[in-house]
Write a protein that binds this ligand. Structure first.
Ligand code: PDD
Length: 288
């Protein structure tokens, strides 16, 4: 069984899937993408992902040639072929096949690719102990250059950050924005906890509007936890009572240290644990 992919709706084993070398997604990174996951084999919050994908595609002028229902049917058809307990599904929509020029009138598209793989879960140790992050030198893309709110496959900013973080022994990068405020991780959003309240950078900091972040902010009042979207500095992170990252594939992941500096005593705090449990409970109850 293994992993599968679909190219414009045709499902094939993952390693047999092909797109033309003149596809703009390959030549220019001229595409948008989403990463969904399953819980108990069922897609989680596909509607939010599709909504964000359409917003990203609109910013690039790439049409999404399917309704949400058709996209979800394609995701389900892919999952039905796989035999993995939990899956990672990456949907990539490129402008289409062109002639490696900026003459977009020659482009025939869009190309819709769906990649299904076994989800590599975060280890229980990482959830229990938290991870080490690195405050990298590379800044998050300026919103006026390539707006991070567009979830595009132009991921060199993220790649440079991860390369630096890994070279410095960290498991995730934390990027500042052009003004020196905290933006986000290379593939996560950042939260800090102070006096029991959640604080996270606003979208205006130049970040991706993470779906996990969105759900945490929605859940926080039900947990009796105040939450504020506000600009954060590195001192806010280093001086926090607790800190965690959020993403589809990592859920709520505690931060133990930033480079050599422990966050408080380095152990996941009570608010982080409360949010972790509440998010997991929400996820298991709100799949498609
Ligand atoms: N990344 N910020 C960036 C730059 C991201 O790439 C992601 C997601 C997030 C978290 O968003 P969400 O909660 O919707 O997953 C924040 C996905 C998981 C990825 O690229 O693998």
């Amino acid at each position: 069984m293994g992993s599968f992919a679909s190219v414009n709706g045709e499902i094939v084993p993952l390693h047999e899937a092909r797109v033309p070398v003149l596809d703009n997604g390959f030549v220019f990174g001229d595409s948008v993408y989403e990463v969904l996951r399953t819980y108990n084999g069922r897609p989680f919050q596909s509607g939010r992902h599709f909504r964000r994908m359409r917003a990203s595609a609109d910013r690039l002028g790439i049409p999404v040639p399917a309704t949400d229902g058709e996209l979800l049917d394609q995701v389900r058809a892919l999952l039905a072929r796989a035999d993995h307990v939990e899956s990672y599904v990456r949907i990539v929509v490129s402008r289409g096949v062109g002639n490696s020029s900026y003459d977009f009138d020659t482009v025939v598209g869009p190309t819709v690719v769906m990649i299904q793989k076994e989800l590599t879960p975060v280890s229980e140790r990482q959830y229990e102990e938290g991870i080490r992050v690195c405050a990298v030198a590379v800044r998050r893309n300026h919103p006026r250059s390539l707006d991070p709110v567009i979830k595009s496959s132009n991921l060199l900013n993220n790649i440079l950050a991860v390369r630096e973080a890994k070279a410095r022994g960290a498991e995730e990068a934390v990027l500042l924005n052009h003004e020196g405020h905290i933006a986000e991780g290379a593939s996560t959003n950042v939260f800090v906890v102070n006096q029991g309240a959640l604080r996270t950078p606003p979208l205006s900091a130049g970040i991706l509007g993470g779906i996990t972040r969105e759900i945490v902010l929605e859940l926080s009042p039900t947990l009796g936890v105040a939450s504020r979207e506000e600009m954060l500095t590195m001192d806010d992170l280093l001086g926090a009572d607790e800190a965690f990252l959020s993403s589809t594939t990592r859920e709520i992941l505690p931060v133990r240290q930033v480079d050599e500096s422990l966050i408080a005593d380095g152990r996941p705090g009570p608010v982080t644990r409360k949010v972790m449990a509440a998010f997991r409970e929400f996820a298991l109850a709100h799949c498609d």
